[in-house]
Design a protein around this ligand. Structure first.
Ligand SMILES: Nc1nc2c(ncn2[C@@H]2O[C@H](COP(=O)(O)OP(=O)(O)OP(=O)(O)O)[C@@H](O)[C@H]2O)c(=O)[nH]1
Length: 378
């Protein structure tokens, strides 16, 4: 589910909070959007209003019952569009669903007022349904306390405003209970939200930690597999892809001569060099000590060779003092990146690894393409 775009919905969802977008998206995609819960709520209101319409024959209850039917059909249509958008665009907007939630909550407020005016069983049933929904708002809107309080107020405020017009002396209880109920619901919602936010942030950070190499901030193996899978699922059509398996030559010598710290600095420089040479959509991972994988989506047959030459030049320019550093590169290609499921990706990596082995055997400081019979010397 994507973040809301309308200003009001963004404010109600707290989108200005200093949280990663991934965490905000998880909070926006909370239980209040889950269809079975929504159907249970609308179903209860529909049942009560229909039963009261049949029993009393009153036009008010008939209209309120029809209104619930409209909310049911509207929500089912939103669900159909949501599924369609998720399938075709991999994204679905939440604004329409939020508008539905706000208006439905207001309809429960109106239903409770109608019940209060009618008295007897109508009051008991309609106020009970409204109060159950209002009490569930903090849990349903977990992570979105503003939305929760707004829904509580839309459900409950009309009833509280109607109470003073009743002749019962008990109305003071209603008037005093209102603010206490709203404040408690708001407090409950903020507590739940703070806990949820903290645990989502924690799992987000630990995943980030596992997905990136701590030294170079390139992808780790796990992060690379995850990023490739995400890329593959976002592809709309056929796109070729190239993989470059880069292994530094003589890196052990750098460590031995200049020390491990200088070796680390050199690895960081190599990572920066990849970032300079490659495009944003290319995926780069540190595969092992001085080994790197570079995945280039959209690369035609010539591109990986051009990139390999550029990389070899840039890495050679990094040589410091009399310490020689160079690299060997193995290249493999696949015609359709949509085929890059885990097994295919591993095959592609193996092919690039074999090509790298050839480049090393042929004297290092060069690239070799797995899709070409002849070795290419840079
Ligand atoms: N500084 C540093 N060194 C590392 C790190 N991880 C692995 N290494 C070292 O990197 C070296 C990699 O070994 P090799 O690939 O055999 O070394 P090489 O000299 O590049 O050998 P060739 O690839 O055959 O040219 C080993 O000496 C590891 O100890 C690291 O995070 N930092």
């Amino acid at each position: 589910m994507s973040l809301p775009r309308w200003r009001l919905m963004r404010w109600l969802s707290g989108c200005e909070r200093d949280l990663p977008e991934e965490v905000l998206r998880q909070l926006v995609d909370g239980p209040i959007n889950w269809l079975p819960i929504v159907l249970a709520g609308i179903g209860s209101a529909l049942l009560v209003t229909t039963a009261l319409a049949l029993e009393s024959g009153s036009a008010v209850w008939v209209q309120l019952s029809l209104l619930q039917c409209v909310f049911l059909v509207w929500r089912l249509e939103l669900q159909r569009r949501l599924r369609h958008d998720l399938k075709t665009k991999r994204e679905a907007r939440v604004d329409g669903i939020m508008l539905h939630q706000l208006l439905w909550a207001a309809s429960l407020g109106v239903m409770a007022v109608a019940g209060l005016m009618a008295g007897g069983a109508a009051a008991t049933l309609s106020i009970a349904v409204m109060l159950v929904v209002a009490s569930l708002c903090p849990a349903l809107c977990i992570g979105r306390p503003r939305l929760s309080l707004t829904l509580v107020l839309l459900c409950d405020l009309p009833l509280k405003l109607a109470v003073p017009f009743q002749s019962e002396p008990l109305y003071w209880v209603f008037i005093l209970q209102g603010p206490v109920f709203w404040l408690l619901m708001d407090w409950f919602s903020r507590q739940l939200s703070a806990q949820t936010e903290a645990s989502l942030l924690k799992s987000y950070r630990s995943r980030l930690e596992a997905d990136y190499d701590h030294l170079t901030r390139l992808y780790s193996r796990q992060g690379f597999y995850r990023a490739v899978s995400l890329m593959r699922r976002r592809l709309a059509g056929r796109v070729p892809v190239a993989l470059l398996y880069v292994d530094l030559d003589g890196f052990k010598d750098v460590n031995d001569r200049l020390g491990h710290e200088e070796g680390d600095n050199l690895l960081i420089q190599v990572a920066d060099c990849f970032r300079d040479v490659l495009r944003n959509e290319d995926l780069v991972a540190r595969w092992g000590g001085d080994e790197f994988l570079l995945l280039l989506p959209g690369a035609d047959e010539k591109t990986p060779v051009v990139i390999a030459e550029r990389l070899l030049r840039a890495i050679r320019e990094m040589r410091q003092d009399d310490t020689r550093i160079d690299a060997s590169i193995g290249i493999s290609r696949l015609e359709d990146a949509r085929d890059l499921k885990r097994v295919e990706l591993e095959k592609l990596i193996r092919r690039a690894d074999h090509a790298l082995y050839r480049a090393k055997n042929e004297g290092k400081g060069r690239y070799h393409s797995a899709f070409e019979a002849e070795s290419d010397n840079a």
